[in-house]
Design a protein around this ligand. Structure first.
Ligand SMILES: Nc1ncnc2c1ncn2[C@@H]1O[C@H](COP(=O)(O)OP(=O)(O)OP(=O)(O)O)[C@@H](O)[C@H]1O
Length: 260
């Protein structure tokens, strides 16, 4: 098995304007093997976004080590880091981050613009991924002509078109209704199964999390527990709810019902 992500003893201490400091992550260790589909859950303020930003190389830890596909982003120059991000990482955000002046296809192929990929190879990848995500009929449309679910599937397509070693998603279903959330997660699951894309999602939503094969729960900046999915997603959904209630904390914004 190839290890795609290794996080060792990551600590993040925020220094506020005064003398106060805040430990947002405290000695976090985790590892993802190639092809895994992993979720991170935890109460509000537990450090999920901080962890994701560090993995996305947007932020740096105060202490600890990170290895992504054998590379150490903490030791890279800015120039190497932007190349590393472009090649090794894919991102999906809550608010899609698509460019309105471009078509769906143009949005999809943006990550390939700076790398020398032939137009026939671009075409091949667009068709392959668009078909799997069910967006092959909207490639020439603009973002304002498509639904929220289609926007998020476009964002997923853009995040995987350059075949990243790790796909990071932050609350990717946060702006979607249950049907669109299901279609986005079905699509992500298909990509994970068919392309072997390694996926790490941060989510508040137990329905979204139920697509993961493994979930890490964090509380007060520390890993609290980990659960693994058996064969049934509805059973995993229940297991997630049980673990969240054990975890305590603020989960007021969890939708009480979702189609499982
Ligand atoms: N720039 C910062 N300076 C000081 N403290 C910060 C900063 N960013 C985050 N924090 C604090 O670190 C803790 C973890 O924040 P983080 O955003 O990672 O939590 P989260 O689990 O993503 O929360 P939520 O689910 O509400 O988005 C919080 O207590 C937050 O107030």
């Amino acid at each position: 098995m190839t290890t795609v992500l290794k996080v060792e003893q990551i600590t993040k201490i925020y220094a506020s304007r005064g003398k106060m400091t805040y430990t947002a992550l405290n000695d976090v260790n985790m590892q993802l093997e190639q092809g895994e589909f992993v979720g991170i859950m935890g109460p509000s303020g537990s450090g999920k976004t901080t962890l994701l930003n560090i993995l996305a190389t947007i932020d740096k830890p105060t202490a600890g080590r990170i290895s992504i596909n054998g590379h150490n982003p903490l030791k890279m120059s800015n120039r190497d880091l932007s190349k590393f991000r472009r090649r090794e990482l894919g991102y999906v955000f809550q608010d899609f981050n698509l460019i309105d002046s471009l078509s769906i296809k143009e949005n999809m192929i943006l990550p390939l613009a700076l790398d020398k990929v032939s137009s026939s190879e671009i075409e091949r990848r667009v068709q392959f991924i668009a078909e799997r995500l069910g967006i092959e009929n909207i490639l020439d449309k603009r973002t304002y002509e498509i639904s929220g679910g289609q926007k998020q599937r476009t964002a997923i397509a853009r995040a995987v078109i350059h075949e990243p070693s790790l796909l990071l998603a932050d609350e990717l279903t946060g702006n979607l209704d249950s049907r669109a959330a299901k279609s986005a997660m079905d699509a992500l699951e298909q990509l994970n199964t068919e392309l072997g894309t390694t996926v790490l999602v941060v989510t508040h939503d137990p329905f979204t999390a139920s697509y993961c094969k493994r979930i890490l729960f964090i509380k007060d900046g520390k890993l609290f527990t980990e659960i693994r999915r058996g064969s049934s997603r509805p059973a995993f959904f229940q297991q997630i709810l049980d673990t969240l209630s054990l975890l305590g904390g603020n989960f007021d914004d969890i939708p009480s019902t979702r189609l499982t």
